[in-house]
Design a protein around this ligand. Structure first.
Ligand SMILES: NC(=O)c1ccc[n+]([C@@H]2O[C@H](COP(=O)([O-])OP(=O)(O)OC[C@H]3O[C@@H](n4cnc5c(N)ncnc54)[C@H](O)[C@@H]3O)[C@@H](O)[C@H]2O)c1
Length: 248
């Protein structure tokens, strides 16, 4: 950890009210960044503001809503050095035959469409300066079919494609784009088993394969590294940060 690695830099962090997003906002601020912290839940952001003081600008709202994206861009005041797309939600472990349209729509909207819209809005600012770093939070469910239900698995596989395509188009223009794929992390994310078949099918696999639960700070360290100049030659990577789960 360096107190100056992000000095004079502005980094947008979504999902900053809880879990991995909160840990990332705290670490970036500790390393000198001005953090634009975005979350759906206002009370959570108040706690982050209380902890980080004038190093944070809080924006509450639903990132699926274009109005929230516009307010985030306004809060950045024309400078965005880094973007951490962390906000996300789980499904109810539904296999394909049991998917409800509202779960499908919401999971894809939050985990993928909101990420695309905010990234699309931030890119012109980064491209104008010829420099920027984007980190998307995927999941172990983006690397295999046995870590969640179908909607979440689809959304996180799509995050990987969004990451590599964005890296392909913009790395030559100075903007890097990478993803991390976490295993289990101790956060407030809700993941209720709503399918008996999923419980039967996934339960035994998870008992054998699941690594120990990580703390959000371990993810924050990897995300912060990818946002920093220490990762200046890394772009288009999907980095498992999962206690070795991807190696099984
Ligand atoms: N916790 C895990 O085990 C785990 C594993 C793999 C991947 N992930 C991913 O990590 C990311 C962060 O999750 P977490 O575990 O820290 O969960 P969390 O629930 O603790 O934090 C996520 C935050 O995102 C916010 N959020 C959700 N939807 C939003 C929206 N539409 N607009 C604005 N904010 C919104 C929530 O209010 C919450 O504060 C997610 O993308 C998740 O899929 C988590």
């Amino acid at each position: 950890m360096s107190e100056t690695r992000f000095e004079s830099r502005t980094v947008i962090v979504t999902g900053a009210g809880s879990g991995i997003g909160r840990a990332t906002a705290v670490r970036l601020a500790a390393e000198g960044a001005r953090v634009v912290a975005v979350d759906l839940v206002r009370d959570r952001l108040r706690q982050v503001e209380a902890e980080l003081g004038d190093r944070v600008v809080a924006v509450d709202g639903d990132l699926v809503d274009q109005l929230t994206i516009d307010r985030v861009i306004a809060a950045a005041e024309g400078q965005v050095d880094g973007l951490a797309n962390i906000a996300g939600i789980m499904d109810g472990f539904e296999p394909t035959a049991e998917i409800h349209d509202d779960t499908w729509d919401r999971v894809l909207s939050v985990n993928l469409t909101a990420m695309m819209r905010l990234t699309r809005a931030v890119l012109p600012i980064m491209l104008a300066r010829g420099k920027g770093a984007i980190v998307n939070v995927g999941s172990e469910a983006g690397l295999r079919g046995s870590a969640a239900g179908t909607p979440y698995t689809v959304s996180k596989h799509a995050v990987n494609g969004f990451t590599t395509s964005t890296a392909f188009f913009y790395t030559p223009k100075g903007v890097r784009c990478n993803a991390v794929a976490p295993g289990p992390v101790a956060t407030n994310i809700e993941a209720p088993f709503r399918s008996e078949w999923a419980q039967q099918r996934l339960g035994p696999i998870m008992q054998v394969a699941l690594p120990p639960v990580a703390q959000p700070e371990a993810l924050a360290a990897a995300i912060t590294w990818l946002l920093s100049d220490d990762a200046s030659d890394v772009s288009g990577a999907v980095l498992p940060v999962d206690g070795g789960w991807a190696a099984i």
